[in-house]
Design a protein around this ligand. Sequence first.
Ligand SMILES: Cc1ncc(COP(=O)(O)O)c(C=O)c1O
Length: 428
Amino acid sequence: MDSQTVRAKHKEFLFPCVANYYAEPVVIAEAHGASVTDLDGREYLDFFGGILTAGIGHSHPEFVKRIQDQVARLVHTSSVYPTVEQTKVAERLTKITPGKLKKSFFTTSGTEADETAVMLAKIYTGQQEIIVLRHSYAGRSQGAIAITGQQPWRVLPTQIAGVKHALSPYCYRCPLGLEYPDCGIRCAQDIEDLIRTTTNGRPAAFMAEPIQGAGGFITPPREYFEIAVGIIRKYGAVFICDEVQTGWGRTGDKWCGIEHWGVEPEIMTFAKSIANGFPVGATIATEEVANAFTGLSLSTFGGNPISMAAADVTMDVMERENTPKRSAERGKQLRDALEELKKRFAFIGDVRGMGLMQGIEFVEDRKTKEPSAKKTTAFLEACKKQGLLIGKGGLYGNVVRIAPSLLITKSEIDDGVKRMERALAELQ
Ligand SMILES: Cc1ncc(COP(=O)(O)O)c(C=O)c1O
């Protein structure tokens, strides 16, 4: 089959909501490291890692071998049996997460990990209301859609009562029209007002991403989480930290994104790169919080031996290669280069992010900050022409997301930046 046929069959046999990038979507046939090859034999440098998922690169040899061995030995047990693989990953998780996080529940996606976290917070506190953020993304179930703070993803009206959307710490487009640091982090302070005016004063949880991923890599100011979490704890709520995009070294120097803000969550969720492409969702909680979940709940495929082997070997490679440190180093190289590009191209309004999670916000005009989805789409196409795959996001569809493998090399970053530079010149 050639790419054209696959694209046609995709259109014919899949829901139209399974939307692809590009006017002519790339049909990926093979991928190794940071390199991806399409069905027609064209090679691309992958600067998006399958939505921040190929954390140790595509088809890492150690990863491939471990999966092959596992498939030959044990594929499925369901969660009604304990396994070596699952308990091993659960124990390892306690070592790379901050604070007293201790007990885990494994599922097959970030959506389920977040759903599990919210359910657990409600069970533990005996309360129902949840504080979340505008511009957030939590997945595609009806519960996750209710939490998600972006209209395009909310394909149904809110199905769950008691979800309150606090202001996003979106400094570039401050919802209060203020400037950091003179703002006094009013967006965080406003959570108290939100609780006192729109809830019964006893929320179950505050759930937030350290960096709002699908929201366009919105990076909260340094003081944000200490203030926000301080407030919600005063009202008896727990903090659920959604590390689905930021997890395991992505933000540089630390294993978990929230560690940069010095706050310890009661519940944390992971997915995406923790198993380098295998469908794994993880919800970890402190012993006290987790122990409240005594009712029955199972996941047929959650924590299955192959997925757990994938997470285990991903962790082996990440620890050995010290991906947090590599992400910080390569992230700085990338960020410096993007800041240089911002100086040259007036339609780049903002560059932000941490480690190997860097975003570029495109605008029509730096003064008005009018979002430019058109330029963003054109940039994606121009990068494709240069043989470079990147991502996009943001409520206005005007943020480019760059998040390659955490094992990306110095020369691959240089190469990718050169390709972006040529693409930007084409847009000029
Ligand atoms: C922060 C965050 N949470 C949850 C999800 C949902 O994960 P999944 O697509 O694996 O269900 C995503 C997916 O992009 C995400 O970015």
